[in-house]
Design a protein around this ligand. Structure first.
Ligand code: PEP
Ligand code: MN
Length: 465
């Protein structure tokens, strides 16, 4: 396949053309033969997701780019192999479903759901080494590379193949749970609001919940819930495409489901699909235009995300769009903005103008990640985020898009269905002393189920007021 290079020339793309470029965050495996063995094992395993599903998500994201739908993306910062377990998977699916109902009520739009699940195993780190108990040890880089426990910190290529199996098992259970009605709206949902202390906020929640439960009862009464639509939902998967040995192994040249048999106009009969997930994104640390990650991403047909933050020059943004989406496909690129509550107002407007005043106007999905610009350390070096900062960045982002005449199409959150105490604030008003109660993240702090739902209500409220 030929694709335009960033310098305007046309360079040949192959699933391994990234290997000739400079690369950030790449593992230096001591045992190269074991990596080769793992990669050849991965190459003969079947795709984890199907091109038809990838294309379906792309169509949904086109609707988001057009302002006709809203994108909810969420899950763990670092998914562990241990999270491949019934309850952990179910609680995350239910939370995403419940949040999406609230968003549908608020925004009056369809909601597209993507989990940071079934493959979010590789983490970029600020340093390859860290100090633990006074000793220098390799940093934990995610379960696909090494283990969190100190005796598992060496890079282990066998984890590449393990990641495939945990990813496939997780997605298998997601599909089974959804096909068996986990998202069936006839099941009573747990809308317990006992934790909400502010009477005004509580009152708003009650209004929303009674509206949702009444609507569902009404649909049942008139038989409008007899279609398949209410029994099932779509949930797509995503992860950061960081470990390119893994991503390359699952990238396959496959039939393009949208290619009409008798025509070759505007579509290729075959495309390279990265079948490790429906949606992949390029992280904040690996989006250098002439580097390996951008090279790899420019050749895959999946919808892709780009993290955009305080270190993204305005010119880079357009160069990235031209390299990654030369045909200006609507919804192909999601710009995941993450500046921090204190910076968003000064940086987002220029990024919006650069895109919306260019030939890429109305082609991207603008998504707000209010988590990654708001991480801070509190006493004892514990990483946390304040609910107030998270909400503030989201609220400012909503307002700025409105002022600029663009559409904020989605949110990208780190969350878990469990009652963790990792982010401060929210209606339970967690403070620093509460953090130790149930802090289980091995990477960034996540919203717990109550904080996540509360955020969905606050976004819904923005649309309704
Ligand atoms: C992440 O999404 O977990 C992450 C590392 O984000 P970013 O690349 O935006 O820092
Ligand atoms: Mn994170």
């Amino acid at each position: 396949m030929a694709a335009p290079a960033s310098n305007g020339a046309t360079a040949e793309w192959t699933p391994d053309s990234w290997r000739s470029k400079p690369i950030k965050q790449a593992p230096d495996y001591p045992d190269k033969a074991a990596v080769k063995k793992a990669v050849s094992e991965l190459k003969r395993l079947p795709p984890i997701v199907h091109p038809r599903e990838i294309v379906k998500l792309k169509q949904h994201l086109r609707d988001v780019a057009r302002g006709e739908a809203f994108l909810l993306q969420g899950g763990d910062c670092a998914e562990l192999f241990d999270y491949c377990e019934q309850n952990a998977i179910e609680s995350k699916i239910k939370l995403l479903l419940q949040m999406s109902l609230v968003l549908i009520w608020g925004a009056d739009k369809r909601v597209v759901r993507i989990g940071r699940m079934a493959g979010q195993y590789a983490k970029p780190r600020s340093s390859p080494m860290e100090t633990v108990d006074g000793k220098q040890v390799p940093s934990f880089r995610g379960d696909i590379l090494n283990g969190f426990h100190l005796d598992e910190r060496e890079l282990d290529p066998k984890r590449l193949v393990q990641a495939y199996h945990f990813s496939a098992a997780t997605l298998n259970y997601i599909r089974a749970a959804i096909a068996s009605g986990i998202a069936d709206l006839h099941h009573p949902l747990d809308w317990d609001l006992g934790h909400v202390k502010d009477p005004a906020v509580k009152d708003k929640y009650f209004q929303a919940v009674s509206f949702l439960t009444e609507s569902l009862r009404f649909m049942h009464t008139i038989g409008a819930d007899k279609t398949d639509k209410i029994h099932t939902v779509d949930l797509f998967t995503s992860h950061e495409g960081l470990l390119l040995e893994y991503e390359e192994s699952l990238t396959r040249l496959l039939d393009n489901p949208t290619h009409p048999p008798s025509s070759s106009i505007h579509s290729n009969p075959k495309e390279y699909y990265n079948t490790s997930a429906h949606f992949l994104w390029i992280g904040d640390r690996t989006r250098q235009i002439d580097h390996a990650h951008v090279e790899f991403f420019r050749g895959i047909a999946n919808p892709i995300g780009i993290k955009v933050g305080p270190t993204t020059p305005v010119d880079d943004l357009l160069a990235l769009l031209r390299t990654l989406n030369p045909s200006r496909e609507e919804g192909k690129i999601t710009l995941i903005t993450r500046y921090g509550a204190g910076k968003v107002a000064s940086l987002l407007p220029a990024h919006i103008r650069a895109v919306e005043d260019s030939e890429y106007a109305r082609t991207v999905v603008w998504q707000c990640d209010p988590m990654h610009g708001n991480t801070q350390s509190v006493s004892g070096g514990i990483k946390t985020r304040r609910f107030g900062d998270i909400f503030s960045e989201l609220q400012q982002t909503l307002r700025i898009h409105k002022e600029q005449g663009s559409y904020l199409g989605g949110v990208h959150l780190e969350l878990t269905g469990d009652a963790v105490t990792e982010c401060l604030g929210g209606s339970e008003n967690l403070d620093e002393d509460d953090l130790s109660t149930n802090y289980t993240s091995f990477c960034d702090p996540r919203l717990n189920e109550k904080q996540a739902l509360e955020l969905a209500f606050l976004v819904a409220d923005h649309y309704r007021s």
